[in-house]
Design a protein around this ligand. Sequence first.
Ligand code: SF4
Length: 381
Amino acid sequence: MGPLEKLQLLAQAAAYEPAEDVGLTGTRFPTAAAPAEMLGCIHYAATPKGRIPLLKTLVSSACERDCTYCPFRSGRDFRRETFTPDDLAGLFLQLYRADLVQGIFLSSGLVGGGPRTQDRIIDTATLLRKRYGFSGYMHLKVMPGAERDQVAATMALADRVSVNLEGPNARRLSFLAPHKHFSEELVQRLQWIHELREAQGGRGPSTTTQFVVGAAGESDAELLLTTEFFYRRQRMARAYFSSFHPVSDTPLEGLPPSSPEREMRLYQASFLLRDYGFTAEELPFDTKGNLPLKEDPKVAWAQEHLSQTPVELNHAPREQLLRVPGVGIKGVEQILEARRKGTLCDLSQLRKLGLPVQRVAPYILLDGKQPARQLQLWAVG
Ligand code: SF4
């Protein structure tokens, strides 16, 4: 099998791993037309270095583990491929020089244990950085069971590293991955990454994780409490939530897929934790610990907490402004800037700031008055 054919197989396999994707169909090429055989291998990605075309690939689609949801689990019958570090680094360089990619995401199935698999990722990345002088974006996976010095070596090469937790706690993980150890194999690696970054004064690659949603009976509260822990304690950059989709010839092939709405609500809630000052306990969970599917969690929270006590936009502190639906981080800055110039007393002023007045109006006061009434009058007019 030729290297390009192999890349097609391994890169398509990597599509299961979220890594800064703008969208799996969002592939675009900045300066050159991509050959048809490369479609599906290159993903247009939002990275800390900007939006770039990213090659996402596995080093190997062989795996010795038997995770119950995973298409690469051992014993499943399909064609497996493995790159040598030399072949993969050389192939990436060709694509980079052809202006088809500007960065790489490397993951792998586990072959010969975590340390040996991690070595192949490190060797590939080292060739790119040291032999070929590639200085662009690299997101490298830290494998379950990788050793501490390997974690340090991976961090020294990468712009971003990630450890997939898959489940929010040991109980849920045992259903998804019977032979993975939540604390010893996964959380421990995230803790090392955090310690190593702290030892460098907070410098170093950012960290992400991924959860599989909807296969293990986990609630949104379980997922978001764990997410909150890593955001607060380890300054994790982002948690990814991947809706479960049943794969044939796996133990979970008979389970229904998880809804994309649930995935979207989890992302919205995780941004409330990371960027908007919410705690997981404040989120609008139902009695089973799940978010409402039909409502943005910020709106659901505001309906309960701000409808009777709206926020006065002229005086509220930044953290209170951030709680108003329709007001994002940029919107808060615009409100604060407008306040320095005068009093906000009319919805048309908010409209000029680019704020979605229909969403904002029910939860605010403008100079002591409820603009929701003004909105009703506009609607009548
Ligand atoms: S370790 Fe588990 S999740 Fe990872 S590739 Fe192997 S079977 Fe899939």
